[in-house]
Design a protein around this ligand. Structure first.
Ligand SMILES: Nc1ncnc2c1ncn2[C@@H]1O[C@H](COP(=O)(O)OP(=O)(O)OP(=O)(O)O)[C@@H](O)[C@H]1O
Length: 391
């Protein structure tokens, strides 16, 4: 199997008066694993269905490899799609379910008859070819032992693997998946995430995967495209999207624990200040800004002159780490979260009611009134330094 690139240029889609996608550009390299991540209703499935040929774009171009496919029917696009519901045929064996796309594509109507079809010229070698393809696919997905069973006799995870097999048997160059793991329990979802990443490495074809679950997106794919309100806000490696969000909406959406949001202000000299922030930097913008700080970037430290005190409102023990909900003593209207390693917390003995914090300047994400990321135009790079104010 070989992957092909997928390119969308200026693609829009409306359903009646409702604009769902707005002049969208997207380029997925051949063999890439890209996840479309966004909240429910942002247009992810519509985008996938446009690539698949199940919907027609209102405007724009779609190409798979070098070929424009806007006018090609779904079955001529060399791609396969798996949905959230497995949609297996319940009365057919796993073997027949997986073989179905090849049977429909390669065998004539007469050749498909179970008994009479065997008498039709050419059907013997065709059946042998299909058997080999099904067995090869079942081997890749490690479901060879399930081939004689009916779907009703399979677990959820096994059914999902059969659905993947049915999609992959025809050797597509692009594989589209729409929330395929959402019906599985947490344990199985984690296992399938690893398996899908491994499957992608082994097959080398292009994967485009739709999800609203940011953990899935961040852990499986090489590229994440964050979508909101029918627009692509940022495309990049998971670490890039997490550590360098270009847009406040991306910063808020991505991350296992929500990012802290603080009000900031840039003064006439271009220096940023805000609750718990020692003024720093030289920004070209002036006026109010929004500052983001991830819970794991809030440093819990020993009290000294440069630290900021906060009252512990609640401590959530997540096993491996503890999430503190805090209220700044200097600015009681500001509540924030700090994530601390559970071992460190246990080493401190009795649960704290009051903590001392530092906000490292390098960890601050600053966004202008339009929600776009601002960068510091300063020769003196922001360093890890204590926040202002004493207790
Ligand atoms: N065939 C259709 N006719 C009318 N409106 C539609 C149609 N398909 C989708 N929509 C609308 O387009 C918007 C985007 O839907 P879409 O299914 O693409 O979103 P999504 O991001 O995949 O959400 P979800 O994760 O909930 O499936 C929704 O408001 C939806 O109601």
């Amino acid at each position: 199997m070989r992957g092909q690139s997928v390119r969308l240029g200026g693609v829009s889609k409306s359903f009646g008066a409702k604009d769902v996608l707005d002049h969208l550009d997207l380029e997925v390299a051949a063999g890439e694993f890209l996840t479309l991540l966004g909240p429910s209703g942002c247009g992810k499935s519509t985008l996938l269905r446009l690539i698949a040929g199940l919907e027609e774009p209102s405007t724009g171009r779609i190409a798979i490899g070098e070929r424009r496919v806007d006018d090609l029917p779904a079955k001529a696009r060399s791609l396969a799609m798996v949905f959230q519901s497995y949609a297996l045929y319940p009365h057919m064996s796993v073997f027949d379910n997986i073989a179905m796309p090849l049977v429909m594509r390669r065998m004539s109507f007469a050749q498909r008859f179970p008994v009479l079809g065997r008498a039709v010229p050419g059907s013997g070698s065709l059946r042998a070819d299909i058997r080999r393809a099904v067995e090869r696919t079942a081997d890749i997905l490690e479901i060879g032992h399930l081939l004689p069973r009916l779907p009703g006799a399979l677990s959820g995870g096994q059914r999902q693997r059969v659905a993947l097999g049915r999609a992959l048997v025809a050797e597509p160059s692009v594989f589209l998946m729409d929330e395929p793991l959402s019906n599985l329990d947490v344990q199985l979802r984690m296992q399938m995430r690893t398996e899908l990443a491994e499957l992608h490495r082994r097959l080398g074809i292009t994967f485009i995967y739709v999800t609203h679950d940011q953990t899935e997106a961040m852990t499986m794919s090489g590229q994440v495209a964050v979508m909101m309100d029918g627009a692509l806000l940022q495309i990049g490696r998971p670490a890039e999207v997490y550590h360098q969000p270009k847009d406040l909406r991306v910063a808020r959406f991505v991350g296992q624990y929500p990012i802290n949001i603080l009000p900031g202000d840039i003064d006439a000299e271009g220096r940023l200040s805000g609750p718990g922030i020692t003024p720093f930097g030289r920004f070209s913008t002036r006026g109010p800004v929004t500052v983001g700080l991830r819970p794991e970037d809030v440093e819990v430290v020993n009290a000294d002159a440069g630290t900021h005190a906060a009252r512990v409102l609640h401590a959530e023990d997540h096993g491996g780490d503890v999430l503190y909900n805090l209220q700044l003593e200097d600015a009681p209207d500001i509540q924030l979260r700090a994530r601390v390693d559970a071992k460190e917390r246990r080493a401190q003995g009795a649960p704290a009611e009051r903590l001392h914090l530092r906000f490292p300047a390098v960890a601050l994400h600053i966004f202008g009134p339009d929600g776009q990321r601002l960068n510091v135009h300063s020769k003196q790079a922001p360093q890890l330094r204590s926040v202002g104010g004493t207790v």
